[in-house]
Design a protein around this ligand. Structure first.
Ligand code: MG
Length: 384
């Protein structure tokens, strides 16, 4: 293992866990966090949750699980290159999407709309809620009792009003300090992963074409380099060679730019990172520009493709119907959610708030196929 930089997160500068536990015997605190995340129920469910394509649309598309694994791979490479805590980067990456609803962003938007009078729904906050409250695996506490730094990394963004409710974890959104570099890395590793795998999945599905991508410099420049090296290459191999070069270019740009930012600030401690005034992990302006064009392309041609919109429209209806049915009749909920709906956990004063939050927790935890099945069970005549 390489030596960690003075400003990396380590066991000895960690703010620790909410409930004190003995130090792990043969692993670091952050390895323990990663292990707890991998063994959680929410992590296993990621396999059956939509990234862009609904899980049953094809076996080769990314799911939330494979996306999270790709984010972890990219984040670990960057963390190691910058002498930062690879285990923390891995833990945050694997946990960052645990709070995602079924059906990707369509599900999140639908649930947020349903929850608008009850404090809203935000997948990022739900990821935190999953590891802090919802996982039931330990005798002494709710949740996974992860370290402050892992939870800090999971909470990528947060409104000022929510931040006030989150105490120590929300403080940085109010006093404008920065999270650890490891957390900053995970944020951008997420972006690198989805920008690249959405092109791959988009091409594989036929919703976008290589002809369209010929006008997108972030893709075209690498495709040309591949063709120059292998004049006869085509099909999946051409896409594979192009995307691996893209990922590499994004990662290397991020490492070089961040290294330069770190060198300029010359931080001596983790506190120097927190007080830096701005994030130090970032892309160069040229790469930012390239990625912006690429993102706009994906938004127009993939995320808003009519075939994707048909699915998202259906997802919205499923989530809305489920929410309505459970709010009207909480007795339809499984027993543990009925208890939560009654205000048993969390201890919410207002009864309809507690009910709405329990319903949102139940729906958010569903996989795509479970949500569809539950919808059939509740609404289809002739189903039980
Ligand atoms: Mg993600």
């Amino acid at each position: 293992m390489t030596t960690l930089a003075a400003y990396a997160v380590r066991d000895d500068n960690s703010r620790g866990r909410q409930y004190t536990e003995p130090a792990p015997a043969a692993r670091s605190e952050f390895q323990r966090d990663r292990d707890r995340i991998i063994h959680s129920t929410a992590f296993r469910r990621l396999e059956y949750k939509t990234q862009v394509f609904v899980n049953h649309e094809g076996d080769l598309f990314r799911t939330r699980l494979t996306h999270s694994i790709e984010v972890a791979q990219i984040a670990r490479s960057i963390a190691r290159a910058l002498q930062l805590n690879e285990d923390l980067a891995e833990a945050v990456s694997l946990a960052h999407d645990l709070g995602h609803t079924p059906f990707g962003h369509a599900g999140q938007e639908a649930l947020n709309a349903c929850m608008k009078d009850y404090g809203g729904f935000e997948h990022n906050l739900q990821s935190l809620r999953t590891v802090e409250v919802l996982e039931e695996r330990y005798g002494a506490f709710d949740g996974l009792n992860l370290t402050f730094e892992t939870r800090e990394g999971i909470l990528k963004h947060c409104s000022p009003s929510k931040a006030q409710e989150l105490g120590e974890l929300g403080a940085r959104f109010l006093n404008r300090t920065q999270p650890s570099l490891e957390a900053q890395i995970c944020n951008l590793a997420d972006e690198i992963a989805y920008n690249n795998h959405d092109i791959d999945d988009g091409l594989r599905s036929g919703l976008i074409t290589e002809e369209q991508l010929a006008n997108i410099p972030a893709y075209a420049m690498h495709e040309q380099a591949v063709r120059a090296q292998y004049p006869d290459i085509r099909g999946r191999r051409l896409v594979g060679e192009t995307i691996r070069r893209m990922i590499n270019a994004h990662v290397i740009d991020l490492i070089k730019t961040s290294e330069a930012n770190i060198l300029t600030l010359n931080p001596q401690s983790l506190d120097d990172i927190r007080n830096a005034g701005k994030p130090l992990i970032g892309f160069s302006p040229e790469m930012r520009e390239q990625l912006l064009v690429l993102k706009q392309f994906l938004r127009t041609h993939l995320y808003r493709h009519y075939q994707v919109l048909r699915m998202t429209n259906k997802a919205r209806r499923i989530v809305g119907d489920l929410f309505g049915a459970f709010m009207e009749e909480p007795a339809l909920l499984p027993p543990q959610y009925q208890d939560m709906a009654k205000g048993g956990k969390p201890h919410l004063a207002d009864a309809s708030q507690a009910r709405a939050r329990a319903v949102a927790d139940y729906i958010a935890g569903m996989t795509d196929r479970y949500a569809m099945k539950e919808h059939r069970r509740l609404f289809a005549v002739g189903e039980i």
